[in-house]
Design a protein around this ligand. Structure first.
Ligand SMILES: [Fe+2]
Length: 275
């Protein structure tokens, strides 16, 4: 069994360069994938449901099991819409199933023949990666616009969303605690251990970005389960890897003109860059 994973595909109808890269990635995956393989797309496929489905369609013919986690962009809504981000989130299992994918936020996948399981969800952020959270501002507003027209919209605070996703993660890990080999996928980061060193950005700029990258609450849950070997994340778009207490945390790279596909085989990671 090989697990292929990628993240932050950001399918955008207006961006031919990105669509061409995604097509090239899908051709390679369709050529490589066997029925025993797993594909996990770790969130942020498209800002609209139409683009989300078009992106998934590229991978519909992958021969193995097709899984996905929600990303923050996948619950964006138009500013004028009466649909909330929670409505979009709750609709995702049905939308994914229509293209042959299972949303991991809906429950874990047990691979009986492999003594393995896959667990995952959107994750979220709570500024726990900031040295000074005041630098990050406050997103606890009814509507946070990504650009002039779309963003996420709900009445939930970031702390409430983190608590929801942490509870989901715990419930799903409890369901597979008898399985020896569990791989976790979270769109947002689970640990600040992945953060780049202090030279990467100036502290204030770093806090503005890092606040939105994830929450240590997920790493705290993961550290309690001894059957987890790998935790994959996206969202920050940078390639980072760190091992702590027997768990390897890996963040997947993504740029408009270059996407990373990571293959996990026999506890080794292989990076395939597609441009
Ligand atoms: Fe994201």
């Amino acid at each position: 069994m090989r697990i292929y994973t990628t993240s932050d595909l950001h399918y955008d109808k207006r961006d031919k360069q990105t669509i061409d890269v995604l097509k090239r990635m899908s051709y390679r995956l369709l050529a490589m994938g066997q029925a025993s393989d797993i594909l996990v797309i770790n969130g942020d496929l498209g800002d609209s449901e139409e683009e989300y489905i078009e992106c998934l369609e590229l991978f519909r013919d992958f021969k193995g099991v097709k899984l996905i986690t929600a990303g923050n962009h996948d619950i964006f809504v138009h500013a004028s819409s009466t649909t909330s981000s929670l409505d979009r989130y709750n609709r995702l299992p049905e939308v994914c199933a229509s293209v042959g994918f299972k949303l991991l936020d809906d429950g874990p996948v047990i691979l009986e023949n492999e003594n393995a399981a896959i667990v995952g969800n959107m994750g979220w952020y709570d500024f726990s990666f900031c040295k000074n959270p005041k630098n990050a501002g406050d997103t606890n507003e009814a509507m946070v616009l990504h650009d002039n027209e779309t963003g996420f919209k709900w009445d939930l605070t970031d702390e409430v969303v983190v608590a929801m996703m942490v509870k989901k993660l715990e419930d799903h890990l409890d369901q597979v605690k008898h399985i020896p080999n569990v791989t976790v996928f979270l769109h947002h980061w689970a640990t600040g251990e992945l953060l780049p060193g202090h030279r990467f950005w100036r502290p204030r700029v770093a806090d503005m970005a890092y606040g939105f990258w994830g929450s240590q609450a997920f790493g705290d849950v993961i550290s309690r389960y001894k059957n987890i070997k790998f935790v994959f994340s996206g969202h920050a778009h940078i390639q980072r890897e760190v091992s702590k207490d027997g768990v390897t945390y890996r963040s997947i790279a993504s740029l408009p003109y270059l996407k990373e596909l990571v293959m996990l085989l026999d506890n080794e990671l292989f990076s395939i860059l597609v441009n």
